[in-house]
Structures are given as C-alpha cells and as structure tokens.
Write a protein that binds this ligand. Structure first.
Ligand code: XMP
Length: 479
C-alpha cells in the first residue's frame, strides 16, 4: 500500500525568480467560473458569520465576489441577492414602483424592505406620474396619506437610450437624486440614481455583470436547490455554489446534473479534495470546482472523522485534473495570510474562498464585541453546534431531530475594520508574491510551479521571531 505524502500551505514557499515588473503593474484578474472574472481573486465564504448582503456588496465593489450563505430561508436569501444586485447598476432594470392610491405606510415598508430611498409612482394605466423619495416622506407624520398627495408630480425623466453624460447633466441641472427612465409610452422601464452614478466612478475595481450590476453568488444544497434556485434567479443571482462538505457523493453529483438540465445557471460543485472527485464534479456539469476538506480555521472535520487532505496538495491534485477540462478551481479554506493566496494560485487555483480572514471585517454579519479591552467579531463553522441548530446540518448529512455531531467550532476573530483596506492588503500581498516570482498575471503564476519544501525550522524563521511585537501590522497577526 502506498501512503501519499501531502503538504499544507505552511510546508512550502515559492522559489524567488528574476522580475522585470513592479508589483503595481501585475494583473491579478482571474476567472471564477464560466464568463465571470474577478478583479481580485477572492470569494467570501458562504457562512453565516461571513457573507450576507452587505459583505457580498462590498467585496464585489472591491473586485471579489460573495456567496450568500443558506442558513437563511429561501426567500430571505433571494431577497439579499436582490439587495446586492440593486445596490449598484447604471440603470436599474424594472425598479420597484408604487401606485398613486397606495399609502405612505406602504412606501415606508417597501423602501425599508429593499433598502432603497425612493420609488417612481405609476397611475392606474401603469404610466409614470410622480416620484416619492425620503425628501417627500421625511416630514409626513400621517402614514395613511395617499402617495398621490405627497409625491413630487411630473418628475424629470429620461427616455431610453440614455448615456452617462446626459444623466450627469440632468442631475446637475435639476439637483435631483433619481431619474426614472421611460419608454415612448411613458411606461417606466428603469431608474438612474445619483448614488449609482457616483459609485460608477468611485469603484473602478467593481465586478459587474453585463447589465452593470454587481456579481453575487448564493449557496444551495442537494436538499434545497429546487426551492432556492427559482427565487435566486428571479433576483438575478450570477452563480450558485453547492455548499456541501463532501461533494464527491451521489446526491451532489445528481443535484449538479439536475440543476444544469433545468436552469441556465453557473454552478460551482464541491467540496472535493481528489482528482477523481474533481472529475466527477466536472462530468456532472460543474462550471468550477471548490476544493477543501477540513482545512478551514474553524473546521474539526478531520479530527472528528479522520478524513480529509492537507490543502496545498489537494489544490495541486484537483487543479491538475480540472485544467484538462479548462474548469477553474476555487481553493476553499485554510488561508491564514496573503502569502497563502499566492501559494494556492501557484498550486493551480483560479480563486480562493476566505472565511476566517474576512469574518472580522465591519461588513460581515453581526456586531463587534469588546472582550478584554479589544474588539472582536464572532466566527463559527457552519458545522458548529449553533449553526447546525439554525439549519446548516444538511451540509454535514445531519437530519433534523438527530443527535448533533458538530464538525466545526464557534469562536471569535479580531475586528479588522473595512473590506476596502483589508482587501487591499490581501491583493497587494498577492502582487508582491507574483513580483518575487516574476509572474505578470495569474496564468503565469499558475504555471510557475517552483516550490521549496520547508522544515519546521524554516517555518519558524518565516514568521517574526525572537522579538516581542509592539505594533501589530494590518496584514499580520501572530497565530
Ligand atoms: P477559513 O480557513 O477561511 O475556512 O476560515 C472557511 C471554509 O471552511 C469551511 N467550513 C467548515 N468546514 N466545519 C468544516 O469542516 C465547519 O463547521 C465549517 N464551516 C465552514 C467552508 O468550506 C468555508 O468556506
């Protein structure tokens, strides 16, 4: 019997090489799946302490993408996808509207539900007759008033086709914040907001779909995809991730095949850790394969079950197989520092999925807590007791009512501030790694393949040593 030798990120370093470029000139755009490319090859994990609408929105604005977790009802998950899709688009397609005879109470309910600040108003024939925004409702203390009594009548509008310079001129000239877009019969077909126009210029790294809306993914399982996918598609989801701990299993293979047959949607299959598993995901129809059995910072799968594979080797094997079919691999879990992202991509991954590194950010779900004088945020595995009790058990083949056997733990991670600056640390770290190896782009890094195996003495030498850290760096915390 042959026992395979396997490696983790900490067991290797990339061998430095001659570089002709500066880190700032290096291109880190990478393919996620199908025709979706990320400007920063980072996905936020489908976990209830990592990715809800806010994280998904900000990570996409800064070049990555989020996968909204599924410890949410199908309706709530789809609503959150809708919030991300509506949060930035050049012209909002089919905007929410209200009718003249609805009340201010209705307006407040709709604006709160979709986190928007104003609505075009339509008359009984469905034609644009007004607009109602926070400005109109702010000083209105009678919620039973009709929309027609409070709205701004005959609003400035634009007829399709509208271009950015025309929209900017209308905003500047009339000092308004929203412009409804109408067709030849005055029927509302879109809405342009000043905020979206500003964001267009403020977030040059944003990952957008063809309609100019942020890219977002959502987690589904073999048990719930039939309910979730129609709702997710209605809200404009760009891809779904089969969120299971053991993807190389009959229900997952069947679910992927069924999804690809029934809906026109990109599917990420997983998780796997072997070439055979990767091939089965691809044969079933996966557009990308997610790799990682037990490397996560909160995972106990390997110690509870005795199964799994060290992540560096798993990514190497799976990417080699997936490359034969031109299918990208997502390295999921186990990334502790930006250098691990460089190693994961050099092992063949197209992108990485992060949980623990992002859980401490302002945009992750939940409030920061103060403990022992420092700020933290909660971070827990989706197989941890609390998460399973709230519905995530089927990821680990647990049925409701069974005695719970967790495969993860609950904990806290240091509070780290906002996505914007932290993602910059991660992408700059990746760029530095590519610079040290002389790689101009992600494809060159994926083909680089020059690793050094290091010893435990080498690992100790890699980290700060023989010194007491007096000021923590934004990209390094002692483990
Ligand atoms: P990191 O290391 O980024 O890992 O915190 C995030 C990934 O870990 C997986 N995950 C789990 N694995 N038990 C596990 O064995 C769990 O409870 C659990 N929760 C999440 C998941 O793939 C995630 O993206």
């Amino acid at each position: 019997m042959e026992i395979k030798e396997t490696l983790s990120y900490d067991d290797v370093l990339l061998m430095p090489a001659y570089a002709e470029l500066l880190p700032g000139e290096i291109d880190i755009r990478s393919r996620l799946c199908g025709d979706i490319y990320l400007n920063t090859p980072i996905l936020s994990a489908a976990m209830d302490t990592v990715t809800e609408d806010r994280m998904a929105k900000f990570i996409a604005l800064h070049g990555g993408a989020g996968v909204i977790h599924r410890n949410l009802s199908p309706d709530e998950q789809a609503r959150q996808v809708g919030v991300v899709k509506r949060s930035r688009n050049w012209i909002i397609d089919k905007p929410h509207t209200v009718e003249e005879n609805m009340t201010i109470r209705d307006v407040k309910r709709i604006t709160a539900q979709y986190k928007i600040s104003g609505l075009p108003v339509v008359d009984s024939q469905g034609k644009l007759s007004g607009i109602i925004t926070n400005r109109d409702t702010r000083f209105c203390d009678n919620p039973d008033l009709k929309v027609s009594e409070v709205m701004t009548k005959d609003p400035i509008r634009a007829k399709k086709p509208v271009d950015i310079s025309l929209a900017r001129e209308l905003f500047n000239r009339h000092k308004i914040e929203k412009i409804p877009v109408v067709d030849g019969e005055n029927r509302i077909i879109g809405l342009i907001t000043f905020k979206d126009l500003e964001k267009h210029e403020k977030y040059p790294q944003a990952v957008l779909d063809k309609a100019g809306r942020l890219v977002v993914g959502a987690a589904v399982s073999p048990q719930d995809y039939e309910r979730r996918i129609p709702l997710l598609l209605e809200n404009g989801v760009n891809f779904v991730v089969i969120d299971t701990a053991h993807g190389d299993s009959a229900p997952v293979v069947k679910a992927i095949g069924d999804i690809k047959k029934r809906w026109d949607i990109l599917v990420v299959g997983g998780n796997v850790a072997t070439p055979e598993g990767t091939k089965r995901m691809i044969d079933a129809g996966s557009d990308a394969v997610k790799v990682g059995i037990g490397p996560g910072s909160i995972c106990t799968t390997r110690v509870v079950s005795g199964a799994g594979a060290p992540q560096f080797s798993a990514v190497l094997w799976c990417a080699e197989e997936a490359d034969k079919y031109n299918i990208p691999v997502i390295a999921d879990g186990g990334v502790k520092f930006s250098g691990d992202i460089t190693k994961a991509i050099a092992a063949g991954a197209g992108t990485v999925m992060l949980g623990g590194l992002l859980a401490g950010l302002e945009e992750s779900p939940g409030q920061a807590i103060i403990y022992d004088g420092r700020m933290f945020k909660q971070y827990r595995g989706m197989g941890a007791l609390g998460a399973i009790q709230e519905g995530g058990g089927d990821r680990y083949q647990m049925n409701p009512g069974e005695g719970l056997v967790p495969e993860g733990i609950e904990g806290r991670v240091p509070y780290k501030g906002e996505v914007r600056s932290f993602l910059h640390q991660l992408s700059a770290g990746l760029r530095k790694g590519m610079f040290y190896c002389g790689c101009r782009n992600i494809e060159e890094l994926r083909r680089y393949r020059k690793f050094l195996r290091i010893t435990s003495a080498g690992l100790i030498e890699s980290h700060p040593h023989d010194v007491v850290i007096t000021q923590e760096a934004p990209n390094y915390s002692p483990q």
